[in-house]
Design a protein around this ligand. Structure first.
Ligand code: GDP
Length: 446
């Protein structure tokens, strides 16, 4: 996601940060490079212009240039402008405050990922918000579209409206509303028919369905890989129906990010979700500030912590949190963390989210460090005695040799692990000083 843009901007800002003092010309030069980076990322030209003007005006001000850390300040200004461009701090979540059944109408072109996204959102509402959800496919155009939704429904454990062949979309919508009322469904997701192009018949059909179901949310699904076309499609839809938000799919394959970066500014519609893969879990609630942080290589700590929380059993997480709050962190804790890293998709997945890790990842790959390292570290801890795990200070030279032999590694590997453990336990003590995990969470505004 945003890989090439992130690399380009990283280069520009490394130069800025590296300097003690900045002149106006330095900022203007940097902005020229940012402009090129954004255009290469396929961001719409007017959006790029507005962005550069906004940032330049703030960044060449005397209080920035004369400050102690001008480079950092410029990066902060760019970060804020990026958040703005992506939709601002407060993208509203789904509006589910109404008398049930609350209807979410999914619209979009064929192949955009509409059916997949419908099932992903249904899963999310069921599992994360405890909603009783039902889905209905109104797609009578594409062969087997209704069956496809049914299969996905079974997969995510969400009911789908039984299929009656020969019914028109408005008839299906009426039947879905009745079924949802009868079965006391909280949220009804309507997967409308797609088309290859935006056409009047499609728009009329959507309006007729909307008239019957009065959707609380109308979400447009577009494929981020189509770049500015996705933005144009969104504009056409927005002119016809009351869109409440956009679901941007295939973000996993989108190294450029032009659609994501121009969508809000061009269409006025917020991106509410990002599709990040074919699996049913591959859907992220779109948080502009977290995405901006990822683009600027500052890491997306909040998402990382959330992912970690999902990968860990609640009891384990609570036990670890308690120990972290007390500033304790022994080899058993480290081992649990390594396991979590593996279940979260390994180093590669995490590297994109951690501050400064983009470059570290490249260095790691260059030096042959990969996910096998996690396994090796696990083996080293496995070769320690229970006492050594609780108190690694016991590991003298002789014991280290034993552990290295037992795990099929070298003493220097054991030393590396011990060093890493020391760093992490220092970090834990730091967390304790800041008021434990709750204090840390408060810093992130959550
Ligand atoms: P529809 O015609 O708009 O209903 O499109 P589908 O939901 O059938 O999706 C078309 C294809 O795109 C399927 O193979 C999906 O698995 C795939 N797809 C959907 N969303 C994503 C996504 O976010 N990332 C990736 N990589 N594939 C996706």
């Amino acid at each position: 996601m945003f890989d090439s843009l992130s690399d380009r901007l990283g280069g520009v800002f490394d130069k800025l940060r590296g300097r003690g003092a900045l002149k106006e010309q330095d900022v203007l030069d940097a902005m020229r490079e940012v402009r090129i980076a954004l255009l290469e990322a396929d961001v719409a030209l007017p959006v790029v212009r507005r962005f550069i003007d906004q940032v330049t005006e703030k960044a060449v001000g005397q209080n920035v240039l004369r400050s102690v850390t001008p480079g950092q300040q410029v990066v902060k200004i760019v970060n804020d402008a990026l958040i703005d461009m992506l939709g601002g701090e407060d993208v509203p979540g789904l509006d589910l405050e109404a008398v049930p059944p609350i209807v979410i109408m999914m619209v979009g072109l064929q192949g955009s990922g509409k059916t997949t996204s419908t099932a992903k959102i249904a899963k999310l509402l069921k599992e994360k918000q405890g909603k009783k959800v039902m889905m209905a496919s109104l797609d009578v155009n594409r062969p087997a579209a209704q069956e496809q939704l049914q299969v996905l429904g079974t997969q995510v454990g969400v009911a789908t409206l039984p299929i009656i062949s020969g019914q028109q979309p408005t008839e299906i919508a009426t039947r879905a509303m009745q079924a949802a009322r009868l079965q006391a469904v909280d949220v009804l997701l309507l997967d409308t028919a797609g088309r290859l192009h935006v056409d009047q018949q499609l728009m009329d059909e959507m309006k007729a369905v909307a008239a019957i179901s009065t959707p609380r949310e109308t979400l447009l699904v577009v494929d981020s890989l189509t770049g500015q076309d996705a933005v144009n499609v969104a504009q056409s839809f927005a002119g016809q129906v009351d869109l409440t938000g956009v679901v941007l799919t295939r973000m996993d394959g989108d190294a450029r990010g032009g659609a994501a970066l121009s969508m809000r500014a061009v269409t006025g519609k917020p991106i509410k979700f990002a599709g990040t893969g074919e699996k049913m879990e591959a859907l992220e609630v779109f948080h502009p500030s977290r995405v901006a942080n990822r683009i600027l290589g500052m890491g997306d700590i909040v998402s990382m912590v959330e992912k970690a929380a999902e990968a860990v059993k609640v009891e384990d997480a609570e036990a670890l949190a308690k120990r972290m709050d007390q500033g304790k962190f022994d080899m058993n804790d480290l081992r649990m963390q390594l396991k979590q890293m593996q279940s979260m998709g390994g180093l590669g997945m995490l590297a994109g989210m951690m501050p400064g890790m983009k470059k570290a990842k490249a260095a790691m790959q260059a030096s042959g460090m990969d996910d096998r390292v996690l396994l090796r570290m696990d083996a080293i801890i496995g070769s320690m005695t229970p006492k050594e795990r609780v108190n690694p200070a016991l590991l003298n030279a002789k014991r280290k040799i034993r552990v290295a032999k037992g795990s099929g590694t070298q003493v220097q590997d054991v030393n590396k692990l011990l060093k890493m453990h020391m760093e992490m336990s220092k970090a834990m003590k730091q967390i304790k000083k800041m008021g434990g995990l709750k204090g840390l969470a408060a810093m992130f505004g959550k």
